[in-house]
Design a protein around this ligand. Structure first.
Ligand code: IVH
Length: 698
């Protein structure tokens, strides 16, 4: 829109509508990030046209309002919002203004809790009232509901209980409680809630406090509003922000354990990156860091605008939840024949990467999420977790959305899809031998890092080899020669002879590399060969167990069901799966032809590696400098140890690398010895005696 005034009006209307949906209906129409972008655009226009800044512009107001249904109550001291910073540069600009106006200051950094603000009034130490922020001047009386929050004291304790105080804080639903609530809903066949924040808001605004009481809400307090000390006198610690947290704690109120002093912007940056790395290990969701001037006299000096204090700023993390349009749902046929629906979306950036596809797992999941093709959907990518379509934004529906229907035949080969056994959630294409999609996926899997690790043999190469007719299936993989690749367009360099004008095809450098890599892959350890056969239920762990127990493919093939099932880590299901696999003639042919092509089908146990970890269970977490995820497992298992993925009391050691998350915390809680990378390397070399794990304090 070219006319800034018209755009300004339009933005105001949009923002008001979004605020209403967010604060009054607990059902946002857009993601937080999209909302923030609208506010930013509004401010930009107002900066260029200051006469557009009226007192009721959303840039000057805090957001909520007072809905009908609850009594409206005035706050004694105004409740404010916070100005946002979306970059460290914006925090730096704020800091420069602060130091210009008030000189160098100690700062406090703390988590920005993604909940809803509340004001608690204590009269002579008794909790008498709880009020939502509302429009900042008055809010809704939700006292009866807040009284049900178990961790909230109804009576302040300590030597300095004021005559009257308004304590400000954030009500939230812990992530674990949110997940449990959703699991129960789904088990009951009901739709899950979208996120903890809206669930908390909905829970707090229940008409029936008994419903609120059934939701394990919690609260963190972080500020004071009106304050009148009693005859016992003031608590001097209240004159600093960190001191205020000590006071709140002494009164018996919950405060964050993560508030820290910061001297200058470098400290703030360290805090921000540290907290962002741990953001999913906290008990509640956070959407950023609040940075506050510590000195309360200076806070008062700096004052506030109509909606936010000048002495604080909220640094917002890049969003992990965005909205986008689900343009299609398609299905993928995997290497085991499993048919998996996935969403195709308008590409969006979420948590730092562009996402256009997300798995929907199976038809039940699609039904459970209730998404229609054409829906605006909430897409979430939390940390390094794979992107997930959370659900539709119902309010954004136009009526043109259409329901998706699970196909009944395989999109690749046309076979009728079926459950493998009654009650399975997944449908499968039963045509493992001839279905091109399955063959391509199995071949690409053979090339993957977890199997034979063959560079140049990825999805594209596998598809090209099959689609050109050069490979009918994986049996011929190690027989490939240059003349075969000459028939695969992907691996051919077209070259026109300058003299004759004839076009000839030479195998490209990549094609030759593929042949070299295939030759080298013939010598991989037996367990990797077993993995690459795509036997159902036989992943890396079972493959290693089988390879160690039998030492050769032939011994494994001849083993009885009992012998197979007796192997530690194998059991009857895997044993049956292995036996069934070898009984199929075209499977047996794969092994025969690979053997004839020189693929190593037996392991001489590598005597050069000492069994230093025999009987020990080790968990590695975070990133290490000398190991990848795979090589760390290899290092543990080849020495007789067990590489586990989660920490329990049966864990002997936890190896902690950079940016380790909850596993490191869990290890500390359970008292499991923690090793750094150097100590881990010592353990590998000489076994447990060599290590002297870190004694963690606190
Ligand atoms: S201080 C006068 N500290 O964020 C300043 N607010 O986006 C009052 N919030 O309305 C706020 N965590 O509901 C403060 N550690 C924290 C916070 C926090 C979350 C909320 C609060 C505020 C909103 C602004």
């Amino acid at each position: 829109m070219s006319d800034p005034r018209a755009r300004h009006q339009e933005l105001i209307q949009e923002i008001e509508a979004h605020r209403h949906a967010y604060y009054e209906r607990d059902a946002p129409l857009v993601s937080d990030a999209e909302y923030d972008a609208l506010e930013a655009e509004l401010r930009q226009i107002e900066a260029a046209f200051p006469e557009l800044v009226t007192p009721d512009s959303p840039s000057q107001t805090v957001g909520g309002s007072v809905a009908t249904g609850f009594a409206s109550v005035s706050h004694r001291a105004r409740m404010m919002s916070l100005d946002n910073a979306f970059s460290v540069d914006a925090v730096r600009a704020w800091w420069e203004r602060v130091t210009r106006d008030a000189g160098q200051q100690r700062l406090v950094c703390e988590p920005k809790i993604d909940g809803l603000s509340i004001s608690l009034t204590f009269d002579n130490g008794q909790l008498t009232r709880a009020v939502t922020r509302g429009d900042g001047t008055e809010g809704e009386d939700v006292t009866a509901n807040v009284m049900t929050i178990r961790s909230l004291t109804h009576e302040l304790t300590g030597a300095h209980v004021p005559a009257l105080v308004e304590v400000r804080g954030e009500v939230y639903l812990p992530v674990a409680a949110f997940e449990a609530l959703n699991e129960a809903l789904v088990a009951d066949g009901k739709p899950p809630y979208a996120n903890p924040r809206n669930t908390a808001a909905g829970s707090l605004r229940q008409k029936d406090p008994a419903v609120t009481a059934s939701r394990p809400l919690a609260i963190t307090t972080y500020a004071l509003g009106a304050l009148e000390w009693a005859a016992s006198g003031p608590d001097p610690r209240e004159r600093s922000q960190l001191g205020t947290y000590e006071v709140l704690r002494e009164w018996g109120l919950p405060v964050s354990d993560n508030a820290r002093a910061a001297n200058g912007i470098a400290d703030v940056e360290d805090y921000v990156s540290g907290l962002e790395a741990r953001r999913h290990d906290l008990i509640h969701e956070i959407d950023g860091v609040v940075i506050k001037v510590d000195d309360r006299d200076v806070q008062e000096e700096l004052g506030a605008t109509s909606r936010a204090p000048r002495w604080a700023i909220a640094y917002k993390f890049p969003p992990e939840e965005v909205h986008t349009v689900l343009t299609d749902i398609r299905v993928d046929v995997g290497r085991t024949g499993r048919v998996t629906p996935y969403g195709v979306m308008e590409p969006v950036v979420v948590a730092g990467s562009t996402v256009a596809f997300a798995t929907l797992h199976n038809a039940h999941e699609v039904a459970r999420k209730g998404v229609l093709i054409g829906d605006t959907v909430v897409l979430r990518k939390a940390g390094d977790v794979i992107p997930e379509i959370v659900g539709p934004v119902i309010a954004a529906r136009t009526g043109n959305e259409v329901a998706w229907v699970m196909p009944t035949v395989c999109p690749s080969c046309g076979s009728a899809l079926a459950e493998q056994k009654a009650g399975d959630k997944d449908l499968r294409c039963p045509n493992a031998q001839y279905c091109p999609a399955q063959i391509i996926d199995r071949i690409a899997f053979i090339g993957s890092r977890g199997a034979l690790d063959i560079e140049m043999l990825g999805d594209k190469a596998a598809a090209a080899l099959v689609e050109s007719g050069v490979l009918a299936n994986e049996a011929g993989l190690f027989e490939l020669a240059e003349r075969d690749l000459a028939r695969v367009p992907l691996f051919v360099l077209e070259r026109q002879d300058a003299r004759t004008g004839r076009v000839a095809g030479d195998v490209s450098a990549n094609g030759l590399k593929l042949l070299d890599n295939l030759a080298a892959a013939r010598d991989r350890p037996l367990w990797r060969v077993v993995v690459s056969l795509s036997i159902r239920h036989v992943g890396p762990t079972a493959s290693r167990a089988l390879a160690t127990a039998f030492g050769s493919m032939d011994a494994m093939r001849r083993a009885s069901h009992e012998e197979l099932a007796a192997v530690d880590g194998v059991g009857p299901v895997i044993a049956a799966s292995v036996q069934e696999w070898f009984e199929v003639p075209w499977h047996a042919e794969i092994v025969e032809r690979w053997t004839s092509s020189g693929v190593r089908m037996e392991d001489g146990r590598d005597q050069s590696v000492a069994r230093t970890l025999e009987g020990l269970t080790v968990v590695a977490t975070g990133s290490l400098t000398h190991f990848t995820r795979d090589s760390v497992t290899e290092a543990i298992v080849s020495r007789g140890g067990k590489a586990a993925s989660s920490v329990s009391k049966h864990t002997d050691y936890v190896v902690v690398g950079a940016n380790a998350g909850s596993k490191a915390t869990k290890a500390e809680q359970l008292g499991v010895p923690i090793l750094n990378e150097a100590q881990f390397e010592a353990l590998l070399a000489t076994g447990p005696l060599a290590t002297n794990p870190d004694k963690k304090d606190g």
